[in-house]
Design a protein. Structure first.
Length: 720
């Protein structure tokens, strides 16, 4: 460190890399995770300089020149970069001692690499005794050493084992037997011992990908009132961590915990909560930045499950923050997810919005042709929908890109000798979905000492000069309004008569303005979420509204084709079945019932026909069935591992209500496996119910509820 070198520590998850990096007292500690390199450089500049105000962003070159003049200790945790990116980092931080925490060696000859070993036996046993709250007696030392060796001395695993002994009555013998055959079982045992509210909190932390966020936000997403109590339980079990006033978990644990826990959480509700929080937050704050980065992890997870509507809302909220924070790599990813979600949801207004954002980003990154194509697509969609305000904003940006802005002065066009970089200072970017906002984006950075609010050092590493790659001027606010509708507003602004104006080409080639009537509005959540197979049917009301200033005739309501969805009530047709005339501003209701007949995600639509047009509404639901395993043994104890939907949950029936372990499952293609076992003093006997026989492992038929019981008995005399 004194020689300002790069030092790498590699180890498995839970080995203490983070604690080691913090103990080195770095001048800057940054949790890298999935942060792109260019975005990381922006964050590192913020650590050592007062960043330019007003949403301006330094170029990559400016960041590198600023960081080259810093001499500090920098700790980069959870690094996943390859050799090329690590080389770039080393060049940018050439005057710094850089500590890297990673799961695998990556720096090679760029510095020194060290495998972080687990704790030595005496230290590990001391930790085990401290966290169990008791002294480890001599007669238990042998089994304690076996446990320590089974987890390779990893401190986190030792803490989890100690919590199971202290809080759940597990014995070291029992844990050793399970951990020696499967070290990963400690996570599952610790999680299965949590009550539902704690599981929801941990599920939120897992879904956030290791981001550290304020407790009130986590509590709201998990729908938990007394979150401090739940956090204390998670800390005691080694399942969560705290940094000052932020809470999270280790990045390396996020994926495995997510697969175990996401069914305990309403994903759509959690995404709506964090979207509302981000919208209300200061986009330049550290908390908003961390939440927006976490939002990117959330939309990736939601995209795998086709939760497109929730993605649209969250992407629209988070992309503004990512822009203001200078995280343009993440901004581009978020906008791309928004585009994909808009396409799948069939939302033309949202597609236009994100296409506009994509075009603006392309232009700022000097990809002129890609910017022109994206903005042209956005302009075409907004014109077709009659969104005059949105089309005006997009047209203004497109004019800048093509150099044909009618408001540009002499020399401002692309052919007038001015570069694209000078035009950026007045580029109009639609970076908000709901508000009217002015935005200036500039390459020019004020220099220290010039009195123009540029970079100023927050420490003693002030660069003597920091040259701009632009024309050396500070960016100014542009005169342009943002789209005030955004993807959540649906179809854009209409006139006072409820119509929209769109330009069409007449027979003679001239432009003729044709009024296109507003589309009907269908309000209601079409995602039914998790619904028990064979249980009570779920019914959702959909409100169909007429936004026009004239009546509209509803010709018919086409029901879903699937037998899982059915129309329940329908006030949108007359009692005699004839077409209903819906008055201006009036609404009617269609109720759709979801009663699944088999497992597997169900999707369908119903549609409303009117004026020769059809308005569809997407429907989806996830049926689940329940696996229930009981123990018929009264005097002996044992456990069962329940594997379903690709995850394994260990459970002791005797510690559960009604002596039954219950797990819900959704996927009929994923096998269900039950494995029962006793402790060191008991042996498996036989199965009854959905499982039969004396084999301790059973694979029952899937497709509905599964109920099985197992009998245990005392071990017989051992033959040596």
């Amino acid at each position: 460190m004194r020689d300002r070198k790069m030092i790498e520590f590699t180890a498995d998850c839970g080995s203490g890399k983070t604690a080691l990096l913090h103990s080195a007292a770095p001048d800057a500690y940054v949790r890298v995770g999935n942060t792109g390199l260019e975005d990381l450089l922006q964050d590192l500049v913020r650590e050592f300089y007062v960043y330019p105000p007003g949403g301006r962003r330094l170029t990559g070159g400016e960041c590198r020149r600023a960081l080259e003049q810093v001499g500090a200790i920098v700790a980069l945790d959870d690094v996943t970069y390859g050799r090329e990116q690590i080389t770039e980092l080393q060049k940018a931080l050439a005057g710094c001692a850089v500590l890297v925490g990673t799961g695998r060696p990556v720096i090679g000859r760029l510095g020194s690499s060290h495998v972080l070993p687990g704790l030595a036996d005496p230290d590990a046993i001391l930790l085990l005794g401290r966290d169990t709250g008791r002294f480890i007696p001599d007669e238990e030392l042998a089994v304690a050493r076996r446990l320590v060796n089974a987890v390779d001395g990893r401190p986190l695993a030792i803490r989890q084992a100690a919590a199971l002994v202290r809080h759940d009555g597990r014995t070291l013998d029992d844990l050793v037997r399970q951990v020696e055959s499967n070290p990963g079982v400690l996570d599952e045992l610790a999680i299965s011992a949590l009550r539902p509210s704690a599981k929801r909190v941990l599920a939120v932390l897992a879904l956030l990908g290791g981001a550290l966020l304020p407790a009130p936000l986590v509590a709201a997403m998990a729908e938990v009132q007394f979150v401090a109590e739940e956090f204390e339980k998670l800390f005691a079990r080694g399942l969560a961590e705290r940094r000052e006033d932020r809470f999270g978990l280790q990045v390396c644990k996020s994926e495995s915990y997510r697969q175990i826990l996401y069914l305990h959480l309403d994903l759509g509700s959690a995404m709506r909560t964090i979207a509302s929080w981000i919208t209300a937050a200061d986009p330049s704050s550290d908390a908003a930045r961390d939440a927006a980065k976490a939002a990117l992890t959330l939309v990736e997870f939601a995209a795998e499950r086709g939760n497109w509507r929730a993605i649209l809302r969250l992407a629209a909220a988070a992309e503004l923050v990512l822009f203001f924070q200078g995280h343009w790599q993440a901004w581009g990813e978020m906008v791309a997810y928004g585009m994909t979600a808009a396409h799948h949801a069939g939302d033309a207004a949202a597609e236009a919005y994100f296409s506009h954002q994509q075009g603006t980003l392309h232009f700022l990154e000097d990809r002129g042709e890609a910017a022109r194509q994206a903005l042209s697509h956005a302009l075409e969609l907004r014109t077709q929908m009659g969104d005059a305000a949105g089309a005006a904003v997009t047209r203004a940006n497109l004019n800048f890109v093509t150099g044909s802005d009618p408001a540009s002065g002499p020399g401002d066009s692309a052919t007038g000798g001015s570069s694209g970089r000078s035009r950026r200072r007045t580029l109009v970017a639609a970076a908000a979905a709901i508000v009217i906002l002015m935005l200036g984006v500039g390459i020019g950075v004020g220099l220290p000492g010039r009195g123009d609010g540029g970079l100023a050092s927050s420490g003693n590493s002030t660069p003597s000069s920091l040259h701009s790659s632009g024309d050396g001027t500070s960016s100014t606010g542009s005169t342009g309004a943002f789209n005030s509708t955004g993807p959540e507003r649906g179809s854009g602004n209409g006139g006072t008569d409820g119509t929209r104006t769109t330009g069409r080409t007449g027979k003679m080639g001239g432009k003729t303005k044709v009024k296109q009537k507003a589309a009907l509005s269908i309000e209601g959540v079409g995602d039914y979420g998790d619904v028990r197979l064979g249980g009570e049917a779920h019914v959702t009301d959909f409100k169909i509204s007429n936004p026009r200033s004239e009546p509209v005739t509803l010709d018919s309501i086409t029901p879903p084709a699937s037998p899982d969805f059915s129309l329940n009530t329908n006030t949108c047709v007359n009692d005699d079945g004839s077409a209903l005339e819906l008055a201006p501003g009036a609404a009617c209701t269609v109720s759709v019932q979801f009663s699944p007949t088999s497992l597997g995600t169900r999707t369908d639509t119903f549609s409303v026909s009117y004026d020769g047009r059809t308005a569809p509404k997407a429907l989806s639901g996830r049926p689940f069935a329940t696996i229930t395993v009981t123990s018929t043994s009264d005097s002996v104890d044992g456990s069962v591992d329940i594997t379903a939907d690709g995850s394994t949950v260990p459970c002791d029936p005797r510690q559960q209500p009604e002596r039954a372990c219950s797990v819900n499952y959704h996927d009929p293609q994923s096998p269900v496996v039950l494995h029962a076992y006793g402790n060191s003093n008991t042996a498996f006997g036989y199965w009854t119910g959905a499982c039969q026989g004396t084999d301790s492992t059973c694979q029952p038929n899937v497709g509905g509820d599964i109920s099985a019981s197992f009998m245990l008995g005392p071990l017989g005399p051992r033959v040596h």
